[in-house]
Design a protein around this ligand. Sequence first.
Ligand code: CTP
Ligand code: CA
Length: 223
Amino acid sequence: LEAWLRPKDLAGLRLLVSAGPTREYIDPVRFISNPSSGRMGFAVAEAARDRGAEVVLVAGPTCLEPPWGVEVVRVESALQMRQALLDRYPWAEAVVMAAAVADYRAAQVQKEKEPKAEEEKTLRLVKNPDILEEMGRDKGSRVLVGFAMETQEGLGRAREKLLRKNLDLIVLNYVNREGVGFGSEENEVVLVYKDRSEALPRASKRWIADRILDEVKRLKGGV
Ligand code: CTP
Ligand code: CA
């Protein structure tokens, strides 16, 4: 009911959202990943839907229910996530990239599961493409929002990413804080722009999602 009472202030906005971790398989039963729950990205997708946006959500593996009224594209690896996002990119007017994309994948994926043997083993990794950086190079009039998880020097690193990836806004999370971030219901973030930053109070991911969407709307020039 609450959703219906909300003003449809993003009506018609074509929004592409990514969420969750990626899985980089080493062999058919082993992979490298990270603890992203997908909650922040799902919250953005649901909030945008409730405000009238058309939403496509590209999601890595999560245990969250697919939100109604949102087109969900399920992927596993960073390369699959890249393909799904680039396919939808021409359609999109704004992108909120909340996914925790694995930075590296196995240089070779073993076809078979080998039993463990050696006491020590070296795994060769290769860098994954930076999806947001690619989108930033072909930005057009789109609004691009990134996320950054940092344990230290957050502001400087987030701003460096904002510039390198040609973003309008980067949402900075601190991972070493109690009760916020990965997997939790609440979050505490700083909105980082080229020339300023704004710390938001600790709040539900849904509240933060709505604040991020307020910024998307403002940056679009009032949809
Ligand atoms: N990102 C992406 N593709 C990648 C890695 C990251 O699109 N291969 C996006 C993330 O979804 C996020 C933003 O870039 O929105 C910043 O991610 P982060 O991991 O903080 O930045 P990196 O550039 O990967 O830098 P770092 O070496 O600090 O991990
Ligand atoms: Ca990274």
